[in-house]
Design a binder for this molecule. Structure first.
Ligand code: MG
Length: 336
């Protein structure tokens, strides 16, 4: 009987360009790489800790030390559901650190069975949505340069929620006619002005709106959702499965991120629960390495939209970039 070993070490992901959104700017993202071993098998995972959710290297180390002690009691004959139930109960919060355990467990499962993760999750690679490439808030010159870097992507995600959203969109439209996902990152405040802007954005070829208002202002979200000609998605307003009842009637769709929802185990539960309530689904990411991106990509065919460009924004990836084919993350036919 082999014992389960969890190891972890910190990493700082350096971004190719400073990343600016309506609520702040950053040049790097703190991450934690994990590895779970059982006998000759192993699975890699990661936590990526964006500053606005309160996790950092110290909180993740503290949490993962407890998770490692807990996993030591398991052997190769494990159930991800029961392990993640116990991991979740170690402490509240720590969503990214929990995801680091979850992703490693799923990759371990893939390694032990010899099946690719997407197959174990019941995903159909033929249904992989194109992945958008995200542009932060920047000057027209920088946006032009970044658009050139995004040539392989078929969809653009634009960060707006500023005082001058129209000029950002006009600049993008001078460069490309690709479809646009517009993410306001809680930056809008006035409902009527937001609705006017959504109509204008629709005429510019924007196909969806993400997180228009403050994450706690669900009444404003519900007001806009009832009137918007474009689907309105929750991102910051929606973290975990337990948030679903509160937001389900306030948005057309949800942006699922493994770093928010503690990983693939709960991510799959969210997909099922959201579909039962006829919600649209996007699967998104943080500025992650290919490890986190490929884990999310394995679930992406079960979602309508994908925003899985995170590893293309990172300068010091510890793993090779995934293949991108026709703007879609290519799912490998072997355990990753
Ligand atoms: Mg977002």
């Amino acid at each position: 009987m082999h014992i389960m070993h969890l190891s972890y070490h910190p990493l700082v992901l350096e971004l190719k360009h400073p990343f600016r959104i309506a609520t702040g700017m950053r040049t790097h993202t703190n991450a934690m790489r994990t590895c779970i071993r059982v006998g000759a098998h192993e699975g890699l995972g990661e936590a990526v800790m964006v500053p606005y959710y309160g996790e950092n290297h110290e909180t993740a180390s503290t949490f993962l030390a407890k998770a490692a002690a807990l996993l030591h009691g398991f052997s190769g004959d494990f159930s991800i559901a029961s392990i993640m139930g116990e991991v979740d109960a170690i402490a509240s919060g720590n969503h990214a650190a929990k995801a680091a355990v979850d992703i490693a467990l799923h990759n371990l499962w893939s390694d032990m069975t010899g099946h690719p993760l997407w197959e174990l999750l019941g995903s159909d690679p033929e249904k992989m949505p194109p992945t958008s490439f995200t542009l932060g808030i920047d000057t027209p010159e920088v946006l032009r340069q970044k658009m050139a870097e995004a040539a392989d992507f078929q969809v653009i995600k634009i960060k707006i929620g500023t005082a001058d959203d129209r000029s950002i969109i006009r600049t993008i439209r001078e460069i490309t006619d690709k479809p646009i996902y517009a993410d306001a990152n809680q930056g809008w405040t006035d409902r009527e002005a937001a609705l006017d802007l959504v109509h204008w954005l629709q005429a510019q070829g924007v196909v969806l709106i993400e997180q228009p208002f403050l994450k706690t202002d669900l009444a404003a979200a519900a007001w806009l959702t009832a009137r918007s000609p474009l689907p309105v998605f929750a991102d910051e307003s929606f973290q975990r499965l337990s948030d679903l009842p509160a937001v389900a009637d306030c948005f057309h769709g949800l942006n699922i991120k493994l770093m928010k929802c503690t990983g693939l185990h709960e991510g799959q539960q969210i997909v099922r629960a959201a579909r039962a309530r006829h919600l649209k689904l996007m699967i998104g990411c943080m500025t992650e390495t290919p490890c986190g991106i490929l884990a999310a990509a394995a679930l992406a065919p079960q979602c309508d939209f994908a925003d899985l460009d995170g590893c293309w924004l990172v300068k010091n990836n510890p793993l090779p970039l995934p293949d991108l084919r026709e703007g879609r993350v290519w799912l490998p036919h072997f355990p990753s």
